[in-house]
Design a protein around this ligand. Sequence first.
Ligand SMILES: CC(=O)[C@@H](O)[C@H](O)COP(=O)(O)O
Ligand SMILES: NCC(=O)COP(=O)(O)O
Length: 250
Amino acid sequence: MTRRKTALSINLNKVALVRNTRHLGIPNVAKAGEICLGAGAHGLTVHPRPDSRHIRSEDVFALEEIVRHRAGAEFNIEGNPFHNLMDFVRRLRPQQCTLVPDSEDQFTSDHGWDFPADLQRLQPIVAEAKSLGVRVSLFMDPRPELMAGARQAGADRVELYTESYARAFGTPQQQAVLDQFARSAQAALGAGLEVNAGHDLNLYNLTPFLRTVPGVLEVSIGHAFVADALELGYAAAVKAYLAAIDAAFA
Ligand SMILES: CC(=O)[C@@H](O)[C@H](O)COP(=O)(O)O
Ligand SMILES: NCC(=O)COP(=O)(O)O
């Protein structure tokens, strides 16, 4: 059976973070999105945090319009559905929303949903997003035993939270951690879920991850991507990440 190649969704949070340190509108977040899609990225991701430290409400609207006019491209909005995420989902109906259990002032995302603890409060939210035609992905720690709960919550996908893999990369723990992600992906697939992955993925750790972890349909990459784009430019950085994905499927 041929594997479906992983889609690349570029997270633009950190472009907005730099922009927000002046009142000049540069770097331009919308232009960054246009260049990334033009260079072959399959989608754009944003995580509009309640404190607007990087992506602001107007960025979400501008980027949605850009994605809407690019055939086949997908917009993924991440956030906590009990804070500000659902307002965006209701108004914009992106192709995908990724539900993340962050606190309002979270430094960065550092954990996924817990089941059965989060089941009851997530079920109506997931059902509402799906009724709007929005694919729902749940941000999850790589724990195989939680995947059936994600499915029970009604999710279409899980996004495996990859920071522990990024930290283990290049250490003696790398293979054991990768195996844990592979088991988690298998459990998700076995529960009838699709699989995404993200957080601290980069040009070096991406290919081995995709070679080992089955069925990853999308990776969302922001922090390392923007660092690479500072050196290479957005378009060349997108092409480098696409090549890293291709290498996993060669
Ligand atoms: C949900 C997730 O994995 C995060 O990677 C998030 O989008 C990053 O947010 P920050 O850019 O605010 O660290
Ligand atoms: N969902 C993860 C994401 O969008 C990007 O995370 P990072 O590459 O900024 O760590």
